[in-house]
Design a protein around this ligand. Structure first.
Ligand code: GLC
Length: 536
């Protein structure tokens, strides 16, 4: 049974506190939680997980009372088919294996796309492919990267790589793309962050610190972060980015300080903090990380956060305020607030908006940025709960029929023309322009478990199970409700497949969350309250 997940001894190294917190905060169990080492979700969370979920994750257990969902075996089979080998060793998974479409660059291993695959393999006790991937991409990082006559920063990690097999000479070679052949020629800012996050996930899941401790890995992490921690003209701790530098890799008006990058930056900094050794000048580097984390958490929690109260504050902003006493620090003109947000924002609930820069607040919802903010504890626990409240209150808009909208709402008409440059792939309610991406399910699930609201994820997973496999695991869906298989969506898109498996395994055994979730750092509580900051 090649395609079946292997039966494994689960060996999770989750913080004791975190799972106990999760269990006691939202998932009221009839039995008191036991020591983590011995906690099995099937015992401790029995009352909380529905029978279908309890029984259907990818790792079969011995006494199954219920049949696993048939999609799971299909998904494992498809995931294994997508594996890419370099000199006979597995090094990643291909983006999509759609036999009906021109592959374009979907025949490559994308760093961001491999993350859910890696988590699925780690959860199933197969860390080898993840280790190989981390080492191979590290080698690629050290290549000199040029676009025309310009050399990119040393630390940049590739967006993707491709393995070329020469059947005659029997050799394998690897070619990487750092943005020099990507649409728009944008370097992927997210790749390096995902690499660090994955290195931590690998270390947490296997308990093997030797990989992260290797001088090459220590150097790789430092190179990535040095790019972001360099002093410059910045007045904000957030990272200034070009459009299309992350999952949304085409022009979509996310230039500036997009929330997806800020959340990943924060999570990568926190992950690196736990992996970088304090030897030599390591201590000084760790201090720089600490300072940035402090400033970043303050900035995002204060200025990106939007709830009813805050919207009302912005609505009443005065403009042209100079000096330190300014309430409207970025000179946002209230007239620029779009109409939709007034109806969309419920009285209970909130979220981190898409972007904040001088005189510009992008009020759009971006799912990845918000879920990664929860997972990294960039969101305070109150903010995490408020994001969950928003999801419940605006289910139709944000989750729809096929989870989950990458952004909301869509841009159309004149705005679409100006902001996307008339992009025919990003028409309203399609692709990056408020299209629905099944891959985001794993992040939703992890965030829901962390926020103590797993029932929200369960509902989304049930929706996915009605169609995803039947539709051939599409990359994305179109339409206001996400009801239509996307116009140019690839079928057998690997991260749609892996994302589903990860979501299922995590609900089955929430202790997997320790790989990808970080506890709140109590020292990082903002020193100023919003009222002190905004109404000084
Ligand atoms: C699309 C997505 C990008 C993804 C790639 C491969 O370009 O926008 O995020 O990495 O496809 O699946």
């Amino acid at each position: 049974m090649e395609s079946r997940p292997r039966q494994i001894e689960t060996h999770h190294s989750l913080d004791e506190r975190s799972l106990n917190d999760i269990i006691s905060s939202g998932l009221s169990s009839p039995r008191p939680p036991r020591q983590l080492e011995t906690v099995k979700s099937s015992e401790c969370l029995e009352a909380l997980l529905s029978p279908s979920i309890r029984s259907s994750a990818g790792t079969p257990r011995e006494h199954h009372a219920f049949e696993p969902h048939p999609m799971i075996a299909d998904a494992w089979e498809a995931l294994r088919r997508s594996m890419v080998f370099f000199r006979s060793k597995p090094v990643g998974t291909i983006a999509a294996l759609d036999p009906t479409e021109d592959s374009l660059n979907y025949n490559q291993v994308f760093v961001r796309d491999f993350v859910p695959s890696a988590l699925a393999f780690l959860m199933n006790g197969e860390p080898e492919i993840v280790k190989n991937f981390l080492l191979k991409t590290l080698r690629l990082q050290s290549i000199e990267k040029r676009i025309d006559c310009f050399t990119l920063g040393e630390g940049v990690m590739p967006a993707s790589f491709k393995v070329l097999h020469d059947p005659v000479r029997k050799t394998d070679t690897m070619i990487a793309d750092f943005g020099e052949s990507a649409i728009g020629r944008v370097a992927p800012v997210d790749s390096g962050f995902w690499w660090i996050i994955l290195l931590r996930a690998y270390t947490k899941s296997t308990g093997d610190h030797t990989l992260a401790d290797m001088p090459d890995c220590q150097r790789g992490m430092r190179l990535i972060l040095t790019l972001c921690l360099a002093d410059g003209f910045d007045t904000f701790p957030t990272l200034l980015c070009a459009d299309g530098c992350c999952m949304v890799d085409r022009r979509m008006g996310i230039y500036g300080y997009p929330i997806e990058i800020q959340s990943l930056f924060f999570m990568a900094l926190r992950s690196a903090k736990s992996l970088i050794k304090a030897e030599g000048d390591g201590k000084e580097f760790l201090e720089r990380i600490d300072k940035r984390l402090h400033a970043l958490s303050f900035h995002i929690r204060e200025y990106f956060w939007l709830d009813h109260q805050q919207l009302n504050n912005i609505y009443r902003f005065k403009t042209e305020e100079y000096s330190h006493t300014a309430v409207n620090k970025f000179n946002v003109i209230p007239d620029s607030i779009p109409d939709w947000i007034f109806d969309f924002l419920p009285l209970k609930g909130g979220f981190f908006i898409g972007n904040v820069s001088p005189a510009r607040m992008d009020f759009r919802w971006f799912a990845i940025g918000n879920f990664m903010a929860i997972l990294s504890s960039l969101a305070t626990s109150e903010q995490a709960s408020a994001i969950m409240d928003l999801l419940e209150a605006r289910w139709t808009e944000l989750v729809g029929d096929m989870p989950l909208k990458v952004s909301y709402p869509a841009m159309e008409g004149h705005e679409w023309r100006i902001v996307t440059g008339c992009d025919p792939k990003n028409t309203r309610w399609s692709y990056h322009n408020a299209g629905s991406w099944p891959v985001i399910l794993w992040m939703l699930t992890a965030a829901c478990i962390k926020a103590g609201r797993p029932q929200i994820a369960r509902r989304a997973i049930e929706q996915v199970e009605t169609r995803l496999a039947k539709d051939g695991w599409p990359e994305y869906y179109d339409g206001k409700l996400g009801r239509y298989v996307g116009k140019q969506a690839r079928k057998f898109q690997t991260w749609s497949i892996a994302g589903y498996l990860v979501a299922k395994m995590m609900l089955e055994d929430p202790s997997h969350l320790g790989m990808i979730g970080l506890e709140e750092d109590k020292k990082m509580k903002p020193s100023l309250t919003r009222s002190a900051s905004w109404t000084a």
